[in-house]
Design a protein around this ligand. Structure first.
Ligand code: NIG
Ligand code: FE
Length: 419
């Protein structure tokens, strides 16, 4: 076995030069008990060097009965931690995909009532059970592709009932999925048709009707706003974020996707856990993030799908920022939850080193959804959510061989997923 282990690491996301540091062991063993990583080391657990230390009574700390698995030749990684998805939705939008091939822009499609508003209409017509079954299938597909923890947003309801319905679906996923699921309330994803001439009315609906009910039912862990021209301004974002804060919801924002919209500044002012997208960044935004604890989360799958420029990832790492990578899985701007591809895109298009991209898609992703102590690295006590890769020549081969499935088996809570 060749577990790829994060040994001792500082508590908190990896930033700057530390992002390129991915400790590994060759010829290694790993002990899982009760679904968690109990110990790991080099050689053999009973071996003289680096083996499990016997108790003073001489008893082995290995369980009396255990299953042994030979993973010779495999590369073992912590599972992907996908900290930004919208995987509860009611229909695909491949028609818009073709419209874009013909030349329409994302903004033009949105202005015609396509985009997010189309998804909202469909979602409001779709029963909760149907949403749940379809989201469950997508979640399972993500798990087969190696995702071992995930954040899911609402934001296709845009009505009190619709947003609550989405969040209840996410709660059911949370209760039934074997991997950790985090829920984010994104009522401020777009101005719904019913409020197109009444921004203030919709923002008040979010703050006065949606938030109290969501908090009363404990339906969300975080709050998100699409801070963007034509969507929500910096001031509105801060106002909605502060309202979320009063209910204990930390912000995770959609910031600077299409324009330098003030999203980064709003996120820093709100002490957001993360600001996500960041395709359009200036030095001012990088400097603003420098003095904060906010994680910069990049979603290269969306930039790829929308044929946009990518975020200046190198400049951000070189400025010492903590970067996370996530999929943005959604029907409009990234209809894929494949984190293997996200890691490849990060290396190919944003020049992250393979080690940087893997850290950003595992440990830093875990921190970007408040799960940094639970998943994201091979560390004693964390969940045994692990990827057993096919024999590959090196770590760099994974992002290099883009589109190739290098995953042999996926472990969740110490058990292999059945296909
Ligand atoms: O993260 N940018 C805002 N929201 C999504 C897209 C949602 C949609 O087009 O349905 C995103 O890219
Ligand atoms: Fe998104």
């Amino acid at each position: 076995a060749a577990p790829h282990a994060h040994g001792a690491h500082a508590a908190g996301p990896l930033a700057g030069a530390a992002l390129a540091h991915l400790p590994s062991l060759t010829d290694a063993w790993l002990l899982v008990t009760d679904g968690r990583i109990a110990a790991f080391g080099q050689g053999h657990p009973h071996g003289p060097q680096g083996g499990l230390v016997a108790t003073p009574q001489g008893a082995s700390p290995l369980p009396a009965v255990y299953r042994q698995l030979d993973a010779s030749g495999a590369l073992v990684l912590p599972s992907w931690c996908d900290s930004h998805t919208h995987l509860v939705f009611a229909g695909y939008r491949e028609g818009e995909f073709v419209d874009k091939i013909r030349g329409l822009t994302y903004a033009e499609i949105a202005a015609r009532g396509g985009g997010i508003l189309r998804s909202a209409r469909l979602l409001n017509e779709t029963p909760e059970d149907v949403l749940y079954v379809n989201a469950w299938a997508r979640l399972h597909e993500c798990m087969q592709q190696g995702t071992g923890a995930i954040e899911i947003k609402s934001g296709y309801g845009l009505s009190v009932e619709g947003e609550l319905k989405m969040l209840r679906v996410i709660r059911r996923l949370k209760e039934n999925a074997p991997i950790p699921v985090r829920a984010t309330f994104l009522g401020a994803h777009a101005l719904p048709d019913a409020y197109k001439d009444d921004r203030e009315g919709y923002i008040n609906l979010i703050i006065e009707k949606m938030l109290p009910q969501i908090a009363a039912e404990g339906l969300a862990d975080y709050i998100d706003v699409f801070c963007e021209e034509g969507f929500f301004t910096q001031e509105e974002t801060e106002r909605i974020g502060r309202a979320g804060e009063t209910y204990g919801l930390k912000a995770k924002l959609h910031a600077n996707q299409l324009h330098r919209s003030g999203g980064v500044q709003a996120g820093v002012a709100l002490k957001a856990l993360s600001v996500d997208h960041l395709e359009t960044m200036g030095q001012e935004e990088i400097d603003c993030l420098k003095g904060s604890n906010t994680i910069a989360t990049l979603l290269p799958g969306a930039a790829f799908f929308l044929r946009m420029g990518y975020p200046p990832a190198r400049a951000m790492v070189d400025a010492g920022l903590p970067l996370a990578l996530a999929s943005d899985y959604n029907p409009g701007s990234c209809p894929s939850g494949n984190m293997n591809l996200v890691v490849s895109l990060a290396c190919i298009q944003m020049r992250l080193l393979p080690e940087e991209a893997i850290n950003a898609a595992t440990l830093n992703g875990a921190y970007a959804m408040g799960l940094g102590e639970e998943v994201g690295s091979i560390t004693e006590g964390k969940r045994a959510n692990l990827l057993f890769m096919r024999p590959v020549p090196s770590l760099a081969y994974l992002p290099y061989a883009f589109g190739t499935n290098c995953i042999d088996r996926v472990m969740v809570n110490g058990e292999f997923l059945l296909y």
